[in-house]
Design a protein around this ligand. Structure first.
Ligand SMILES: Nc1nc2c(ncn2[C@@H]2O[C@H](COP(=O)(O)OP(=O)(O)OP(=O)(O)O)[C@@H](O)[C@H]2O)c(=O)[nH]1
Ligand SMILES: [Zn+2]
Length: 187
């Protein structure tokens, strides 16, 4: 994998003074946000880009709230958010908006992908191993409800799973139900 790694920079945020480092993998520029001191076994959130949720605070999904929660937690306990540019479970922004358009007509998140001719999930997490190695991190507490993420990392790397369950609302209730019932999320 052709990987370009930036220097580390300071990032003062509303969560506190954090640090950032970018890992460029092909055209994907990922961002790692981390605290100055990292515990031996840090809490790590691997977050998949969701422009609509993370930036525009969409209520159709729980991404924005999860990102906010993860940043609060790592600022408190020491840890890392690995922000991976895999928008729309890897189909990209334009295709995700088309999937949302189909969802406006009553299709669920899985059916919408299917109607557009996509699989449900194109994400891969290989770069996470490289990132952890770069930081000399051998074990993590992984913040996720997604079994695919747990399985994607080497078993020996995960000390324990930290759930990241947000409250549902009328706009994301169905989405969360599909994640739980059809996609096997630990909700
Ligand atoms: N294709 C598609 N992608 C979506 C949709 N809703 C959210 N996403 C994307 O799904 C990704 C987030 O995945 P989720 O399944 O919500 O959560 P996760 O990160 O896999 O699991 P957790 O670690 O437990 O939060 C982001 O990249 C979002 O852009 C949708 O309806 N269609
Ligand atoms: Zn989202």
């Amino acid at each position: 994998m052709n990987l370009e790694i930036s220097k580390t920079a300071n990032l003062p945020t509303e969560y506190g003074n954090l640090k950032i480092k970018s890992f460029k993998e092909g055209i994907k520029e990922h961002l790692v946000v981390f605290t100055d001191t990292l515990p031996t076994i840090p809490t790590v959130r691997i977050h998949s880009e969701c422009l609509t949720g993370d930036v525009f605070k969409s209520k159709k999904c729980d991404c924005g709230e999860q990102l906010d929660y993860a940043l609060k937690q790592i600022s408190k306990d020491g840890g890392m958010v690995i922000y991976l540019r895999q928008e729309g479970r890897g189909i990209g922004l334009l295709n995700k908006v088309n999937a949302y358009h189909l969802q406006d007509f009553g299709h669920d998140t899985m059916k919408a992908n299917e109607l557009l001719g996509f699989k449900q999930d194109y994400r891969d997490y290989k770069i996470v191993d490289e990132i952890l190695q770069h930081f000399n991190i051998e074990k993590i507490n992984l913040m996720t409800n997604n079994p695919l993420k747990l399985n994607a990392l080497e078993k020996t790397k995960i000390e324990r799973r930290v759930p990241i369950v947000m409250n549902s609302c009328k706009y994301n209730y169905e989405y969360l139900e599909v994640k739980k019932e059809k996609m096997g999320h630990l909700l």
